[in-house]
Write a protein that binds this ligand. Structure first.
Ligand SMILES: [Zn+2]
Length: 137
C-alpha cells in the first residue's frame, strides 16, 4: 500500500510537470474564456430543453463551437492577441455594468470618453485631442 502511495505521488508530480510543460508558452484561462464556457454550457442545457430537432441541433452546434473556441483560446500560443481580446471583453463588460455613465469614442482620435448619463444633449471635449462633438446622454 505504501509503495502504491509512493507511485501515486510520483505519478501526480510527473503529471503536473507534463501539464506545465504542455502549457508553456500557451495562453491559459481568463475571464473571457470562463464566460464563453458558461455561455456554451447554458446553450447546451437549452438545446436539451428544446423539443424541435432542428433547433436542438443548431443549439448543440453553437454550444460545441463555443467550447472549442474556449479550448482554442486556452491552448493558443498567440498570447498577446488573446490578452487583447480579454481586455476588450472586460471593457465592454464594464461599460454594460456602468449605469451612471455613457461611453463614446472620439470621432477624431478614437479615444474613449466617459460622460454622466441623463444630461440631455451635451458638447463633449475629447481629453486627448480637444476635438468637440455633441452627443445625447
Ligand atoms: Zn480625440
Amino acid at each position: 500500500m505504501n509503495s502504491f502511495g509512493n507511485w501515486l505521488r510520483r505519478f501526480s508530480v510527473k503529471l503536473s510537470y507534463g501539464i506545465r510543460r504542455f502549457m508553456e508558452g500557451r495562453y491559459g484561462n481568463d475571464r473571457l474564456n470562463m464566460s464563453i464556457l458558461t455561455t456554451g454550457l447554458v446553450v447546451c442545457i437549452l438545446s436539451m430543453l428544446f423539443p424541435i430537432p432542428a433547433v436542438k441541433l443548431a443549439l448543440t452546434m453553437v454550444s460545441y463551437a463555443l467550447m472549442f473556441w474556449a479550448i482554442f483560446r486556452t491552448l493558443s500560443r498567440n498570447t498577446y492577441k488573446r490578452y487583447q481580446e480579454n481586455r476588450k471583453f472586460l471593457q465592454v463588460f464594464d461599460r454594460m455594468k456602468d449605469r451612471e455613465h455613457r461611453y463614446f469614442d472620439c470621432p477624431k482620435c478614437r479615444q474613449m470618453v466617459r460622460v454622466p448619463r441623463g444630461k440631455g444633449k451635451i458638447s463633449i471635449t475629447c481629453p486627448r485631442c480637444r476635438e468637440k462633438f455633441v452627443k445625447k446622454t
